[in-house]
Each structure stands twice: as structure tokens, then as C-alpha cells.
Design a protein around this ligand. Structure first.
Ligand code: ZN
Length: 420
């Protein structure tokens, strides 16, 4: 294992667990919901308040703030060579509607803590280091997810998303304009640009690290994901008078399709993920035969060939069970599996080992902004355990010592990358 620079270790040692946890607590009060959770939708008044709080801390630290056209917010600690490509870290500040107090915000505040630790330890880096808060990672209010990093990486444009509306009919473009107007002192910059490397810290959102009793995961990649909307159309009829044999019952066919999709994705090794999480039934009345059903399909697998095979089979599987109904299958998201840069994975392991924290390699089951950054530059992630792997839930919890351990590994990794 390659030795780490002394100043990288000094930065790690200067991480302050109390300061990090106090900031996490302060953020958890913005959009707090019963049961220790948060509801902080992207580009909402709560998001604006969280941005203002983050900017107030950045000002105290003398960091330069900038914001791009999708609202991604950047805090920069200048390097000895300001023309060097910045090393970036960060995550997101938005949450699921019934979200936890660590998902996303931990990566932003661990990044801020790493910069403060570098300052406290007197560590100067050759390259600048930037903390980014990505806009709308969750996609809970304005689908799809990982929107900010997608635009930054050039995969889509702001204009592609301007007319997406939330459940209240508010346009993303209008909510974004309000959010940008609320941060007038942040310098405007275009999305994208050269980046030296990107490392994101996040709670694992799964049970692997906790059951292995380890504080650090060196993330190897992110599994592939395919999303579909399946719409089944039949005919509404009276539940008391229409003979069952003559019905065109959209829900009956949808249930058959879901059963077949479950068989398609059955996996004795329990690696494949299959979820139907959303269903809209019309007219949704106890005594009417359903005329229309829309349901979502979310399939994930770390292997490219496996996810391709499953994704290709969805439409045919549904068609075969349409009966006398009509079915439309629309792909809504297609992310191939991501493999992070082996050199970054090795560096995270080395940094962890050098500060006395045993680690393990593991893949990510959830999507993250790091997936899009991986297209731009050498990328990796650092996971810390969360209680019983619970996430996207108000009960999400993580131990202060584990959160601080992740921030230490992050600080050392960033200092190392920025001094290459
Ligand atoms: Zn997240």
C-alpha cells in the first residue's frame, strides 16, 4: 500500500466530529418531519433555506461560491495553482418526501468538513478543491433523478427539464428561477468544465458495512438500472352486472404482468432488484371494473449483460399477458452499470488504511451523482454504515463516529488527489 503524504494525514486528523454533527443537526431542522426525518424537495423553500445556511458556513471559511444554470452550487478552496483542474467532492441537499437526515446532505457537509480540516491543519493543495451540492438528485418532486449532475456532465440540458411539473403543477423552470434569485451573491458559471477527480461520501443505504462491522466502504461502482411505465387499457364496467368472462379488466391483466415480471427477474442469488413502486388505477372505485392502470417497473443489476437481457424482455412479457386489453410499455430511464476508476478505489482503501480504519470494497445498489461524474473524470465514492441499512425513510440513522470516519477518509483522499 502506497504511503500517504503527511499533510493528507494531518487533514484527516483535523476533522471535527462535533462540528460535522452539529451542522448535520442544523440542516435536519430544515424541512423536519415527525420521526427524525426530513422533507426537503428540490428547489423548494426548504432547499433555498438549506442553500443559504450552507453559504453562510462557506463565507465564514472564505470559500468562493458559484452556481450554474441548473442550480448546482459550488464552494471552492483555492489551490496553489489556480489553473489546475479542481478536485471535486459533494452530494445533494434535497430529500425524498419521507426522507432521512443523512442521505445526500452528509456528502455535502463531509466535503465542507474536509475543507475546514485542511484549513485548520494548514494544508495547502496544488489543485483547488470544490464542494458541490447537486440540484435534484432525488427526483422525488421533479423526475428524473440525478438531474444536476446529468446536466453538469453534458448528458442533458437545463432546457430539457424546464417544463417538468411537480404534483402541484409548478414548472421546474419557475422553481429554479426562484432558487437562483435567492442566491444573488454566488457567481454565475456555466455547467460543466474540466474536473481533475470526483469523490463522493454517502451513507451506504444498505446493510453490508454494518453487518461486517466496518466503518468505511470503498465503492467499486453502481449497478445498472432500467425504468419503464406500463400502461394497460381496458374498459370500465359495473362490478355487479358485467360477467367476469366478458370484462376487459385492466387491473387483472396488470397483476398478471407483474407476476410474470417477478418470475422473469427471480434470482436465487438475490442480486437482481425488481420493484413496482407506483400504480395508478382508473377509475379507482370499489364497484367499477378498472379501465386503465399505469404501473412503474424498476429493475437493477450490476452486470451489463444481465440488465440488458432483463430490460429487453419487459415489453414482450407484458404483451403476452395483455389478454383483451391494450398495453403500452415506455422506457423512462436507462443507466448502464458504472465501474469507478480502480486508482480512486485503491486510493480510498489506502487512505482508510493509513488512518487506521479497516475498509471493504462494495458496489452501490443506489444511484448517485457520482455515476454522471464518472463520465467526466476519475471518480469514486466512500460509504459509511447506516443503521440496519434503512434509507428513504424517516428512521434513517448513522453513528457520529462513523460519519466522522468517512469525513477523515474523504479529507485525506481529497488532499492526496489535489497534491498530485
Ligand atoms: Zn443520496
Amino acid at each position: 500500500m502506497a504511503a500517504l503524504r503527511e499533510d493528507s494525514l494531518a487533514a484527516a486528523a483535523a476533522v471535527d466530529e462535533r462540528r460535522l454533527c452539529d451542522r448535520l443537526d442544523a440542516m435536519a431542522r430544515i424541512g423536519a418531519i415527525p420521526g427524525q426525518g426530513v422533507n426537503r424537495p428540490a428547489l423548494s423553500p426548504q432547499d433555498i433555506e438549506a442553500r443559504a445556511l450552507l453559504l453562510s458556513w462557506a463565507r465564514e471559511l472564505g470559500l468562493a461560491a458559484s452556481v450554474d444554470s441548473i442550480g448546482n452550487l459550488f464552494l471552492r478552496r483555492e489551490g496553489l495553482d489556480p489553473s489546475a483542474d479542481p478536485v471535486m467532492t459533494g452530494s445533494h441537499m434535497d430529500s425524498q418526501p419521507k426522507g432521512g437526515r443523512f442521505d445526500g446532505i452528509y456528502g455535502v457537509l463531509a466535503g465542507l468538513e474536509a475543507l475546514e480540516a485542511m484549513a485548520a491543519a494548514g494544508v495547502r493543495t496544488r489543485a483547488p478543491v470544490e464542494v458541490v451540492a447537486w440540484t435534484n438528485e432525488e427526483g422525488g418532486r421533479f423526475p428524473p433523478c440525478t438531474m444536476g449532475s446529468m446536466v453538469f456532465a453534458g448528458a442533458r440540458t437545463v432546457e430539457d427539464f424546464a417544463d417538468v411539473r411537480d404534483n402541484a403543477g409548478i414548472r421546474l423552470g419557475d422553481a429554479l428561477a426562484q432558487t437562483l434569485a435567492a442566491t444573488p451573491d454566488a457567481m454565475r458559471r456555466p455547467p460543466g468544465g474540466r474536473v481533475g477527480a470526483y469523490v463522493e461520501a454517502h451513507i451506504e443505504q444498505g446493510p453490508v458495512l454494518e453487518s461486517a462491522a466496518l466503518q468505511i466502504g470503498a465503492v467499486t461502482g453502481i449497478q445498472g438500472m432500467r425504468w419503464f411505465n406500463v400502461e394497460v387499457s381496458g374498459e370500465s364496467a359495473h362490478a355487479g352486472t358485467a360477467p367476469v368472462s366478458l370484462r376487459r379488466d385492466a387491473l387483472r391483466q396488470a397483476v398478471a404482468m407483474i407476476g410474470a415480471l417477478r418470475e422473469l427477474t427471480a434470482d436465487p442469488a438475490d442480486v437482481t432488484r425488481f420493484t413496482v413502486g407506483r400504480m395508478l388505477v382508473t377509475p379507482n372505485s370499489p364497484n367499477s371494473v378498472p379501465s386503465h392502470v399505469l404501473f412503474s417497473v424498476d429493475i437493477r443489476h450490476p452486470d451489463a449483460a444481465a440488465i440488458a437481457r432483463l430490460g429487453e424482455a419487459v415489453e414482450q412479457t407484458c404483451r403476452a399477458l395483455a389478454g383483451t386489453c391494450e398495453v403500452t410499455v415506455t422506457p423512462t430511464l436507462h443507466d448502464d452499470p458504472t465501474a469507478f476508476d480502480p486508482a480512486i478505489v485503491t486510493l480510498v482503501e489506502a487512505a482508510s488504511g493509513a488512518i487506521g480504519l479497516p475498509s471493504m470494497r462494495l458496489p452501490s445498489g443506489a444511484s448517485h451523482d457520482a455515476m454522471y461524474m464518472n463520465r467526466l473524470c476519475p471518480t469514486g465514492m466512500i460509504f459509511v454504515p447506516c443503521e440496519r441499512g434503512i434509507s428513504h425513510n424517516e428512521a434513517e440513522n448513522a453513528k457520529p463516529a462513523d460519519l466522522a470516519a468517512g469525513a477523515r477518509v474523504l479529507a485525506a483522499t481529497l488532499a492526496e488527489l489535489a497534491n498530485r
